[in-house]
Design a protein around this ligand. Structure first.
Ligand code: 13P
Length: 285
């Protein structure tokens, strides 16, 4: 199946109330591992890149890897740029063919300025047929050098809905008590906020900070409209601990393909677990 737009992938998930996993891949191995999990479960998938990954690997190299993997599978896949406050990086990814971008204007001095720039980003994305995720409140936690550990200001429902309507974003990422990274205490989530937004503007909501949430939390939030579920830290943990475990188990091994096979399988298992959790109806099984 060819690459499918993020909007199209999420429209189906939003209407049928299941979640699409959006994994932050870090290289070719993790890209192939998460796509392979989606293929096994017959589930659509969003492959995400942080700005850090884009800068480390390069726009052309990531795009080529993505296309090579995506074109040989038969489930819908899209390429998305995660939290990007940097308009130059955002433009480069759009130009190269990313299907969607998250313009992260949450650190701008005002919500009005965030809205003004988001309108520009949406217009730019449309010229490439791409989609935009909007964000006005910082999601707590620093991820790949973007964000803050400070508690973000939460805007009123009226402001959030006004932003969505004025900008025409395709996906919205509200702060609901979620956080990037490993949760330091059990997260208390304002799930009602998702329902309140969706009741006024029926668009797919992105659930950030997916690592560490419970199956019940996923079920509840997805049923309210969180069609895109972001997972980054769980992938990093699977990837890093696999390397450590490999060398603990085989301290004298010097064969890279054996290591890569071991790591890939750990990342794939992590992806399988999450994708299954986002289909409480058992559709992806
Ligand atoms: P986690 O790192 O908590 O999985 O969050 C991922 C995320 O929201 C990426 O934007």
């Amino acid at each position: 199946m060819p690459v499918v737009s993020t909007k199209e992938i999420l429209a189906d998930a939003f209407s049928k109330r299941y979640g699409v996993a959006a994994f932050n891949i870090v290289n070719d191995l993790t890209l192939e591992a998460v796509i392979s999990a989606a293929v096994e479960l017959r589930a659509p998938l969003i492959v995400q890149t942080s700005v850090k990954t884009v800068k480390a690997a390069g726009v052309d190299a990531i795009y080529a890897l993505f296309r090579a993997e995506a074109e040989r599978v038969d489930v819908p896949v899209a390429l998305h740029l995660d939290h990007c406050p940097d308009r130059a990086v955002l433009s480069a990814c759009l130009k190269r063919g990313w299907n969607s971008v998250l313009f992260d204007g949450s650190q701008l001095p005002s919500v009005e300025e965030c809205q003004r720039q988001t309108i520009e980003v949406v217009a730019e994305a449309r010229t490439y047929g791409a989609n935009v995720e909007g964000e006005i409140e910082g999601i707590k936690g620093v991820e790949d050098g973007v964000g803050s550990d400070d508690e973000a200001d939460i805007y009123s429902l009226e402001t959030a809905v006004g932003f969505i309507r004025a900008t025409g974003v395709d996906i919205f990422a509200p702060a609901i008590g979620n956080a990037h990274g490993v949760y330091k205490s059990a997260p208390v989530l304002n799930a009602q906020r998702v329902s309140d937004i969706v009741a006024q503007v029926p668009l797919p909501i992105c659930l950030h900070g997916g690592t560490g949430l419970s199956a019940a939390q996923f079920d509840d939030l997805i049923s309210r409209g969180c069609a895109k579920v972001n997972i980054s830290t769980a992938l990093k943990i699977a990837y890093m601990t696999a390397h450590k475990d490999f060398f603990q188990q085989k301290p004298t091994n010097t064969d890279p393909p054996t290591l890569m096979k071991f790591v890939r399988e750990r990342v794939r298992q992590m992806a399988l677990e999450h994708i299954r959790a986002f289909h409480s109806d058992g559709k992806a099984a």
